[in-house]
Design a binder for this molecule. Structure first.
Ligand SMILES: Nc1nc2c(c(=O)[nH]1)N[C@@H](CN(C=O)c1ccc(C(=O)N[C@@H](CCC(=O)O)C(=O)O)cc1)CN2
Ligand code: MG
Length: 287
């Protein structure tokens, strides 16, 4: 039996439709237009595509959006000034800095992300929002993990009581996934580059999340028959986009699997739109 393919397109469309409905209410009943500012520094081609897609997605559902493109040579102080002015801008409810930053700025990443007002932190990367997530307050949750959880929910995949294994411990995906799965009563194990018996641990998983950044890392022998496999990897290999899961192998063992491209990645921007509306509601105290 081949796995159920969890394609992201329809899930993303549904999230956008629901978010648009919320926006229509905000506009009609409260005269509020949610606003998003996306800062991109430098010329990373993939980042430019993601930022353009964010801008277009905002326009499609009625979110005001600004893209602020800064040269890679911009100093940290100029970027911090820009963030400070966006923090004070009433038209803007969500602010994000597209990652990765140029190499010369990487050491300043934490200071830059921490400068965003937590109430406008639609990426959920600010320590205040990270801290809230760890105590079960899931207000502004990083978009990709939020998309994974939304997909599980919309696909009707139960989490409570399941064994979940997350491969990868990044601040953007692995750690938030741990908290989100734990909050829904899964028993969660996080594996990483120093995990000795990774394949054996992965094989215990009812829900296996791969967020390791290594093409085709998860092979058939690492997957329990019938497991739900969520592939968060976006790797470029020989000019092609591939995930962290060897899709062709694993689909014959898994019960359900997300493809790359066309899987959970597509929910990242949908969740950003949803977070922007959430932030607008909180800032204006609309429930
Ligand atoms: N500040 C942030 N930077 C980055 C984030 C983020 O959430 N906030 N995530 C990624 C990039 N990203 C959004 O910014 C993103 C990644 C992937 C997709 C997506 O639609 N993936 C598709 C197709 C991918 C492709 O063709 O390149 C898929 O997986 O099918 C959207 C947004 C890193 N930076
Ligand atoms: Mg993301």
């Amino acid at each position: 039996m081949s796995a159920q393919i969890l394609a992201g397109k329809n899930f993303a469309a549904q999230i956008k439709e629901n978010t648009k409905r919320d926006i229509d209410v905000l506009k009609r009943d409260y005269d509020i237009i949610p606003g998003l500012a996306v800062i991109i520094v430098g010329e990373n081609p993939a980042s430019q595509v993601y930022v353009a897609n964010k801008h277009r997605a905002c326009a499609e559902i009625g979110i005001y959006s600004e893209v602020i493109h800064m040269p890679a040579s911009i100093g940290k102080d100029a970027l911090l000034d820009k963030i400070a002015s966006l923090n004070e801008n009433d038209k803007i409810h969500g602010i994000l800095v597209q990652l990765p930053l140029p190499d010369a700025m990487k050491a300043d990443e934490a200071e830059i992300l921490n400068a965003i007002d937590p109430a406008k932190d639609v990426d959920g990367f600010h320590p205040v929002n990270v801290g809230k997530l760890t105590i079960g307050d899931e207000h502004l949750v990083p978009c990709t993990p939020a998309g994974c959880m939304k997909m599980l929910e919309m696909a009707g995949i139960g989490i409570a009581g399941k064994q979940a294994v997350v491969i990868g411990r990044s601040n953007i995906v692995g750690k938030p996934m741990f908290h989100l799965l734990l909050a829904r009563n899964a028993t969660v194990t996080v594996c990483h580059s120093r995990t000795g018996n990774l394949a054996a641990i992965a094989r215990q998983a009812d829900i296996l999340v791969a967020a390791v950044g290594k093409p085709n890392f998860v092979t058939k022998d690492m997957v329990k028959p019938g497991a739900v496999v969520i592939d968060v990897g976006i790797n470029r290999l020989d000019g092609k986009l591939v995930g962290d899961v060897d899709f062709e192998q694993v689909k014959s063992v898994a019960g359900a699997i997300t493809p790359v491209p066309g899987g959970v990645g597509l929910l990242t921007i949908a969740m950003l739109l949803s977070n922007t509306v959430k932030a607008a509601c909180l800032i204006h105290q609309v429930n």
